[in-house]
Design a protein around this ligand. Structure first.
Ligand SMILES: [Zn+2]
Ligand SMILES: [Zn+2]
Length: 412
């Protein structure tokens, strides 16, 4: 199936243009055999450097596309880390286009250099474990701090289902969780729009919702013991990724639940043993957020005056990472509107929360697929449960309902 990217781009009722750099997304069994045809269709000619890691290069059934230069990175210890990515740039040999074959990490190893060299890149995902493939955001660690930096998106994505459908099942479930998390991220965006007037776009939200709906159907089939619909699951990832391009940020696709994944990657004090791949952590984050949001919805808060994050608290919770966290919160989005707005819109907020599955239902969905759903599943001690959201929301200056708790008093 070929995804009609143009359906999403162009002038919109929200007042923006919504450019898409991705011209063609192909999701099909055996589509790598026609790779050159898709390259031509996108006008991608000239010298090609193709990036693999030692795992993706040797995958059974891998079709190695024509290359002027191949680079095979050692998979062991490969991270989206700035210094590690920059070390690869001199080896690229001045290509006209970079083609990258692998997971989200491999994408960043092409995305970042492509951006730096001002050339296009092409993505050949080998798994549908997250929605980062069609995104134009690079999530990399710079000086120990996880950053989402706006960058180019792939011009062409060729997702061969022969390869994707053979990925280990925990990666498939990770991809499912990353999309189910849109329940939380979309709620966070809608609530932020309601109380602070933050920009909101119906078309982009609808794209994220489309991805969620597609994935829900797939999950339903899997729960009934049916064959997973890899085409629909991969499409859901691609569409969710496009929602990030439409906005130039991950607002529609990443809310409070995603910050648990960032927490796991950053490993502040007491979280040293946290581990898990992106979607797994996001899934656990979604369970935590669903629980907390439904708990809040059952109560009626009063507004509390805004106070900046307490520096001593940040230093205690983040240790050596504290300076970065303090910088991130310098222009706190919580300070940009009257907290009373949240209280005044509480009925509407309750209605939005009512659309989110309960924590138990979320957990059951993930558990039934063999996925991770508890903090302990991702190496976080259950005793940290009450603090997890306070700490994770401080990681990113984005307005979520979880962050709004700082200006709400639920009475005890
Ligand atoms: Zn729009
Ligand atoms: Zn994600």
């Amino acid at each position: 199936m070929i995804l009609d990217c143009e359906r999403y781009s162009g002038p919109c009722e929200c007042g923006r243009e919504h450019p898409l750099e991705t011209r063609l997304v192909v999701v099909d069994y055996g589509c790598l055999n026609n790779f050159d045809e898709y390259m031509n269709r996108c006008g991608l000619t000239g010298k090609r450097t193709v990036l693999y890691d030692t795992n993706t290069y040797n995958l059974p059934g891998m079709v190695h596309v024509r290359a002027d230069k191949e680079i095979i990175l050692e998979a062991q210890g490969l991270h989206s880390e700035k210094d590690m990515i920059e070390a690869v740039i001199p080896q690229l040999d001045n290509p006209d286009v970079i083609i990258t074959v692998g997971s989200g990490t491999l994408m960043d190893f092409a995305r970042y250099p492509a951006n730096k060299l001002g050339i296009p890149f092409v993505a050949i995902p080998t798994m549908a474990s997250s929605d980062g493939f069609t995104a134009n955001v690079c999530s990399i660690v710079i000086d120990g701090q996880k950053r989402s930096i706006p960058m180019h998106a792939p011009v062409l994505v060729v997702a061969d289902l022969n390869i994707i459908s053979s990925a280990p099942s925990h990666l498939v479930v990770s991809g499912v969780a990353d999309i189910l998390a849109k329940y939380i991220s979309l709620a966070d965006w809608k609530i932020a729009h309601l109380v602070s007037g933050e920009y909101y776009c119906e078309r982009t939200a609808a794209a994220a919702q489309e991805a969620l709906d597609l994935m829900l159907e797939c999950v339903d089939t899997m729960h009934k013991g049916g064959v997973p619909d890899f085409e629909a699951m991969t499409m859901a990832q691609m569409i969710s990724g496009l929602s990030m391009q439409l906005l130039g940020n991950s607002r529609a696709a990443s809310g409070a639940e995603h910050l648990i994944a960032h927490l796991v990657e950053m490993k502040p004090p007491r979280f040293e043993n946290a581990n898990g791949i992106h979607g797994e952590c996001v899934g656990v984050g979604a369970v935590i957020c669903a629980g907390e949001y439904h708990r809040m919805a059952a109560l009626t808060p009063k507004a509390k005056p805004y106070k900046p994050l307490d520096e001593a608290w940040v230093r205690e919770k983040f240790g050596p990472l504290a300076d970065g966290i303090l910088r991130e919160n310098e222009h706190d989005c919580l300070a940009t509107f009257d907290p009373q707005n949240i209280v005044d819109h509480w009925d509407e907020i309750r209605e939005i929360i009512a659309g989110i599955p309960t924590a138990a239902s979320f957990a059951w969905t993930l558990h039934a697929l063999g996925g991770k759903y508890r903090l302990s599943d991702i190496g976080i001690d259950e005793s940290l449960r009450d603090e997890v959201l306070d700490i994770s929301t401080a990681i990113r200056n984005r307005l979520t309902l979880a962050r709004m708790r700082r200006v709400l008093d639920f009475g005890g």
